[in-house]
Design a protein around this ligand. Structure first.
Ligand code: SF4
Length: 334
């Protein structure tokens, strides 16, 4: 599924460009200093994100989408491939310089409670890295933190309260405030809604949309929930077993899903009209092990359309209409 690097290179509209990204974790016996088997958590993934837009990354749990996010930020080292942020190759940036760039690339985590220190009041949680990176002059610090809190729907008197005094939704607002206080350009949101009630999810989605409109953030929004991704995203990538199966403009993916896996995921999205009958596609079997993925197409063991060629050859990740790519033998591979 390798794509040509020139396809995206030097496009200044893109804040992020990822080429043939791989993240393998060694798991068993080392022979002559080398591991003999690996978990291929991310296996040759390429995409780009335009400034000020949102890319949704979806797939079942364990498909590698969170690892993509963490590897982009170099929270995990890249096994192979390239990640360019604003045209700079992140793998070549020395650690000290990368630390300086950290405020520009932030991450919001799934579980806001465990990511917030229970011993610090929220004003300090939000401001800790602001001080460290000298985001604003000392004299403006407190006013700045209060403004960020206001932007994120947090009352000024929350400043001295502790995380355990807040609900799940408020804690996620604190996590968002901590990220945006650093004036980032790019934010990876790793399942930020999955621990929240549905009614609260809508409030957090609206907050993220408002902040994006106001400050022009670029989001990589990782989720297993296509209905959430539909509302927030401009483009969507669908991952399965470490690889990208389908990717493109949101409207095209929803109007014309091409990959059998995307069709199955979409068939599970609830519809608001009670007169519309849902034709849910149930995928048989379990997700295979990423240590030993199926030959050819990785999805073939669960695909209702699998053909003999699917076991022999991995399909090419190909563009079938503008900004709509798919990896599947059901479509011409020429
Ligand atoms: Fe199914 Fe074959 Fe397409 Fe894979 S390549 S999704 S097995 S039809």
């Amino acid at each position: 599924m390798a794509i040509e690097m020139m396809e995206y290179a030097n496009n200044s509209d893109n804040i992020l460009e990822v080429y043939n990204l791989k993240k393998y974790y060694p798991i068993s016996k080392f022979v002559l200093g080398k591991s003999r088997s690996y978990v291929k958590a991310v296996d040759d993934v390429s995409f780009s994100i335009k400034r000020g837009t949102t890319m949704g990354l979806v797939g079942e749990s364990g498909c590698g989408k969170t690892t993509v996010g963490r590897t982009i930020l170099r929270l995990h080292e890249v096994t192979d491939g390239k990640v360019f942020f604003e045209g700079r190759d992140l793998s070549k940036i020395p650690p000290a310089r990368l630390r300086k760039m950290r405020p520009q690339m932030q991450m919001i985590f799934q579980d806001p409670y465990s990511s917030l220190s229970p011993r610090m009041p929220i004003g300090e949680i939000i401001g800790e890295a602001v001080k460290e990176h000298k985001i604003v002059p000392k004299s403006e610090y407190r006013a700045y933190i209060l403004k960020v809190m206001r932007d994120c729907g947090l009352q000024p008197h929350f400043y001295y309260r502790y995380p355990h005094e807040f609900s799940g939704g408020q804690r996620q607002r604190i996590s968002i405030a901590r990220a945006v206080a650093l004036k980032p350009k790019f934010i990876i949101c790793d399942e930020p809604l999955s621990a929240l009630d549905v009614s609260i999810q809508a409030q957090i989605i609206n907050l993220m949309k408002d902040l994006q409109e106001q400050y022009g953030y670029t989001y990589l929004f990782i989720s297993h929930d296509l209905s959430v991704v539909e509302y927030l995203s401009d483009t969507i990538g669908v991952m399965y077993l470490g690889s990208m199966m389908e990717m493109g403009d949101k409207k095209k993916i929803f109007a014309n899903p091409m990959h059998p896996y995307t069709k199955a995921l979409l068939s599970a999205v609830p519809v608001s009209n009670p007169d519309v009958k849902m034709n849910r596609i149930i995928l048989e079997g379990d997700i295979p092990s990423p240590v030993n993925p199926p030959s050819g197409c990785k999805f073939r063991t669960r695909c209702p359309n699998a053909m003999p060629i699917c076991a022999e050859k991995a399909p090419v990740f190909k563009e079938y209409e503008e900004n709509h790519k798919v990896a599947c033998h059901l479509y011409s591979q020429d």
